[in-house]
Design a protein around this ligand. Sequence first.
Ligand code: PLP
Length: 406
Amino acid sequence: MSYDINKIRQEFPILNRKVYGKPLVYFDNGATTQKPNSVISSINKVYKDINSNIHRGVHFLSAQSTDAYENARRVVKEFINAEHIHEIVFTSGTTASINLVAFSFGEKYISEGDEIIVSSMEHHSNIVPWQMLCERKNAKLKVIPFNEKGDLLIEEFKILLSEKTKLVAINHVSNTLGTINPVKEIINLAHKKNIPVLIDGAQAVQHITVNIQELDADFYAFSGHKIYGPTGIGVLYGKEKYLNTMPPYMGGGDMIKTVSFEKTTYNDLPFKFEAGTANYTGAIGLAEALNFVSSIGISNIRAHEKALLDYGTMKLSEIESLIIYGNSNNKTGAISFLLDNIHHSDVGMILDKMGVAVRTGNHCTQPVMDKFNITGTVRASFAMYNTKQEIDILFESLNKILEMFS
Ligand code: PLP
């Protein structure tokens, strides 16, 4: 199938917007992606046609919204090729998914002196929940370092793995460096010692194929809004054997079977972990987003974004005083850089006036900044709808900024 970029772009109404009278070049996809018409209209349709609280109603609309919500769970299951539908828990996003595991798995399985391994290229949301757990339980956090190119040091990981290790939590793709980590190898190494692995897939599912059964991940977390879906919805995949033994994270409606003051019994999976009114609108929108991605094909998206990455890296490298942070051979389309000695937020603000939206700062990865001894970078991150022409605009704009500062 040929990749019809114009047709794809037409599906995203916001791409027609102008900012400061200039065509929008949106390169802040790592932070959040834009939404296609089908997602926008599915949310509209929920509120126009079927809105009703799920699971608890006996009436027509409640049955329809419940069906749509549970169908969304099926779409997620199929998208990541999970074994069981009840292994898919809807959350509000990656952060919520990781916190759920940190609390609930932590309650059951972490004790004083235990160790949890993360890497030094994690987003804060895959660091802080584990630090909080370690504080509660008097456990220790161990950190896998990475090299100048932005690749994890797997030999160091092997040394860190021990009988004290109770969990490994690692990102599939680094939001700052773009590195695609060898998570399959990491999972295999951990499993040899019967250690479960949580994968933060916030920057992976929208760019590369994720096959949970093939990876054999024990937990996998991602956010709807980064894969062309709505905000406020996310997914926690968890292996049945762990989810069944973990205590609930939050108490409330829907997560119980019976409640009395003497004893409350909890609901079956996945409802045990979905207390309160679920974001059914978000889940339905997310399913639409995943269907949209599937209709284009994740491998076609990967090929398109890889071409953008290669072109972007080549163009930006033409600027002598520009340094790229994150040069792994295995990357998604994210380029973090500094221009000459100009502060990253100055570059970001001037690019903005030129119509180019990028992210600046530490990208919620302060340890990555510390490693390079910098305070932040400018990050251009690509999505299925970006073009080489847009990269040319970025390139020309950066050259103009250099002239302004010279
Ligand atoms: N993990 C990674 C690698 C991310 O890039 C992000 C967001 O940028 C998160 C976790 C947190 O995602 P959310 O804010 O949607 O919960």
